[in-house]
Design a protein around this ligand. Sequence first.
Ligand SMILES: C[S@@+](CC[C@H](N)C(=O)[O-])C[C@H]1O[C@@H](n2cnc3c(N)ncnc32)[C@H](O)[C@@H]1O
Length: 300
Amino acid sequence: MIPNFGHYDHRACRRWHILRGVINPKTPPSADLPPIWAPGAADPDKPSTARVRDYWLGGVHNSAADRRLGEQFTLCAPQLPYLVRTHRNFLRRVVTRLVRDGVHQFVDLGSGMPTAGNVHKVAQRVNPECRVVYTDIDPVVVAESRELLAGDDRTTYLHADLRRPEQILDSPDLRGLLDLDEPVALLAIDMLHHVLDSAGPAQLLTTYADALGPACQVALSHTYRDERMLDALRLYSDIYNKPLPEFAFRSAAEVGDLLAGFEVSEPGLVPIPLWLPDADTEPDQNPEHFSGCAALARRR
Ligand SMILES: C[S@@+](CC[C@H](N)C(=O)[O-])C[C@H]1O[C@@H](n2cnc3c(N)ncnc32)[C@H](O)[C@@H]1O
């Protein structure tokens, strides 16, 4: 249950942070509240899909306008919040496993906002030395995220189009933060449906992996193209009179094709709930029918 507090309600946010163990109830108010909003960059009256995602993930970086947009989406596609949480749970499991296996550096493609259990939070919980390069094409997401990450010198956030690998791979910020002689993991979590086949997503993955060193591992999760999802998108577009961009939701076989240049690690390319579930994984009634898959792979 997500509390319905306004984004500037300091006391409600404090209670929320205390309940979640983010801050210590004994420390004085005002001194200890982590940033929950990026007042400089964000217009809370203008909803953002990145903040809707935060809302569905139980985060606090969302406004009433974002929550309203979230309700509109779920009227058309009630499965969306669960889909988003399932991708995020995969992120948690795969990042935790990579850090335990000795990978301490991450490049995250199409990161969205680094709230609600994102890469650096998960990785640094296991090893505080972990470093993360976040990237996104959306300038508003980038600006808000940079404010959220201010003061964290083990993360950086690049404004980049992943279809132009040089914007990421040649970035002085990336080169300054990461040691490419040490293992790096490339993450593409729930975002490759934004990369149409015409952009050559399989080739892009190999370009990144080759540039990030021989030990590079790629973790990806991808939502399937299913009729329910396409109907929901059409319904949303019709009801709210909003044109939607073209998406490339793919079948399991097509996601497998994206990994043609890679050796997929155990347990293979599988429905997301079946990728090494742990005690914290949300139970799924029919995990083998889940509408999306995930894999961890390394270059052949
Ligand atoms: C569905 S969100 C997923 C965010 C995040 N990976 C997660 O798991 O929560 C997809 C993100 O990809 C970004 N994106 C879309 N096309 C992109 C591109 N060509 N280059 C970089 N980012 C892109 C969007 O702006 C959006 O923030």
